[in-house]
Design a protein around this ligand. Structure first.
Ligand code: GLY
Length: 379
């Protein structure tokens, strides 16, 4: 049980608490938890002075459990795949609940290598992904260009991950907020200094890097710089698939959206500032244009930097906080916050209602950091 005494469900609406669930953080994960909890009849407040302005605002929205499966991250890959499998139903349910689109697209992802060395690196990774039984199929350069004619003819080869999809995180957060508010959740647009200030039976900390100061969990900021381009003349972009590319040793991804936008991302820097640097913009643009030359003609409409919440093992931290009755962590999603939104929200809502953590969460419990917990602050 999360709260001790009577079961959580028995005590809902009977306790002296102002609310059942206080969610700290109004990003994708926070609003999704709020929606799922409110839809189950719980009184929910979401606490954030600037909802939707954190990592979700910067994120590209790749739903890529295959192309983002890396060596040594087997358990995380399993969670990514389990969450990605929930995405089609989650997207449909959300569109219905919010009455708005979220830019969910299922065109698939192409992994491409520009040079022989790039291809060797990409091939090593997709061989590993295939060993795990993940759906990714090698393609010849001509097959790649048939699927995506905007790719440079210089591309040496690649693969397709047909089940790796995408969503627009800004539209996602707006829709989640609408769905949560329609289900009865309310926003408290003030910062939370201490969890003990919240008068809630259960507090869910979905505050990204801010979770470190609130909980002592070892969540660190990992800076990402990212660009948004726009096709000239307001037309659709000249590419349909998400491209996960390696270009002269530079990893880059391109995410085309219906409205003409192409997101180009992202740096991964062990830093806590959110400055945009000329060098990063140069590297991202050079890699993007090397792979898809027509991008040189696009407008550069945005260059931003955000902070991903990373943990010592780069996996999320989801579950009851040891020694803090009624406090649940839902953070540390690092590079995977958007793809992990549905499973995090569903399993946290289950935990809040039943007091039991789903076995899927066992590798991601905050208890794994109990010995090393320290106050890590994000800049
Ligand atoms: N999800 C991709 C990134 O964090 O850059």
């Amino acid at each position: 049980m999360l709260t001790g005494g009577p079961s959580y469900t028995e005590s809902v609406n009977r306790g002296p608490f102002l609310t059942d669930v206080a969610v700290v953080g109004g990003g994708a994960v926070g609003w999704a938890v709020a929606w799922r909890c409110a839809a189950r009849g719980l009184r929910v407040t979401v606490h954030d002075p600037a909802p939707g302005s954190g990592a979700s605002h910067v994120a590209a929205g790749m739903l890529a459990p295959v192309a983002e499966a890396y060596f040594g991250e087997r358990e995380l890959t399993g969670l990514l795949a389990a969450s990605a499998a929930r995405w089609p139903a989650f997207a449909a349910e959300l569109a219905e609940a919010a009455g708005t689109g979220i830019g969910y697209r299922t065109d698939g992802t192409l992994v491409v290598g520009l040079t022989g060395d790039d291809l060797a690196e990409a091939r090593r990774l997709w061989s590993y992904q295939r060993e795990l039984g993940l759906p990714i199929d090698p393609l010849r350069p001509s097959e790649l260009r048939e699927r995506e004619p905007a790719l440079t003819p210089r591309v040496r080869g690649g693969a397709v991950a047909p089940g790796d999809h995408q969503v627009d995180p800004r539209r996602l957060v707006a829709a989640l907020r609408t769905a949560a508010e329609r289900a009865g959740a309310t926003l408290v647009a003030r910062p939370v200094a201490r969890l003990s200030d919240l008068d809630a039976r259960v507090t869910v900390v979905a505050a990204g890097c801010g979770a470190a100061a609130l909980t002592g969990l070892p969540v660190r900021p990992v800076k990402g710089q990212i660009l948004r381009l726009r096709a000239p003349g307001g037309g659709p972009p000249g590419l349909r698939h998400v491209i996960r590319g390696y270009a002269d040793g530079e990893p880059v991804y391109l995410v085309p959206r219906d409205g003409g936008e192409v997101v180009v991302g992202a740096t991964v820097e062990e830093r806590a500032d959110t400055e945009v640097t000329a060098g990063a913009v140069l590297r991202l643009l050079r890699a993007a244009v090397d792979l898809v030359p027509e991008l040189a003609e696009y407008d550069l409409v945005e260059a931003t930097a955000g902070l991903r919440p990373g943990t010592p093992d780069n996996a999320p931290v989801i579950g009851p906080l040891p020694g803090r009755p009624g406090v649940v962590a839902a953070t540390g999603h690092h590079r995977h916050g958007i793809v992990l939104t549905p499973i995090t929200a569903d399993l946290v809502a289950d935990l809040v209602v039943t007091g039991e953590a789903d076995p899927l969460l066992a590798p991601f419990t905050p208890a794994r950091f109990a010995a090393t917990a320290r106050a890590a602050h994000c800049g």
